[in-house]
Design a protein around this ligand. Sequence first.
Ligand code: SAM
Length: 234
Amino acid sequence: MASRGPRRLTWSALLEGRTIWTRNAVVGTSVYGERRRRFKGIEHRRWDPTRSKLAAALVRAHGNKERLLPERGESILYLGAGHGTTISHLHDLICGERGEEGGRIIAVDLSPRCLRDLNHLASTRPGILPILADARMHSRWGMMLPHKINWMLQDVSQAGQAAMFLEAAHRCLASGGTALLSLKAASERWSDEGEKALFVAVEEELEQGGLIVEEVLNLHGLQDNHRMFVTRMP
Ligand SMILES: C[S@@+](CC[C@H](N)C(=O)[O-])C[C@H]1O[C@@H](n2cnc3c(N)ncnc32)[C@H](O)[C@@H]1O
């Protein structure tokens, strides 16, 4: 029997079995050593779920996976940008070649080493705006968002992740907007009840803080001891 081709998730993302590919906005280059491959003559990059929590969440999500992703041409906020692994794929999705789709990624990280890598990435991928700042200091990044946005993601490995996420979401997310929280258990203070209880407590904190928690994806196996909380602003 002939094998089925990849399924289109968005205009620039393909799902082939459990592997996700994004249409490479900078043809001929990889960002973190990922594989490249042509589909119908168009170069794509493999989005590695062991290197990106968003990719891991896409792999783990059932049904309509594209609900987790921002739209082409949107402005988005990413807190804890790291070295730009995930950001590079988001750039493929919302900015495209030479930034022609018009998307903007406000990429915040407090590490100067990360900022150096992000600035390098932004030099070939217009639409990425790296900011050296603590995610809690809204005054440092808030002015880059002239209006409320529809998509944000937080992936900072430090204690108090839920409180930080709630504050940022209320500051910048429009009604109906999607906010993803990648939560690493090891970064939080543990109670005796363990990891499961911690994730339940975080879910309650997010709901009491005014967000709708739509699903909690277990990333273990791809990103150990991590959950992705998929939330929406009412
Ligand atoms: C796990 S890494 C992010 C990886 C990245 N999200 C990716 O998928 O490519 C966590 C990052 O959070 C940053 N970080 C930790 N606390 C932060 C804070 N308060 N504000 C901004 N960034 C923070 C760290 O410097 C680190 O780069």
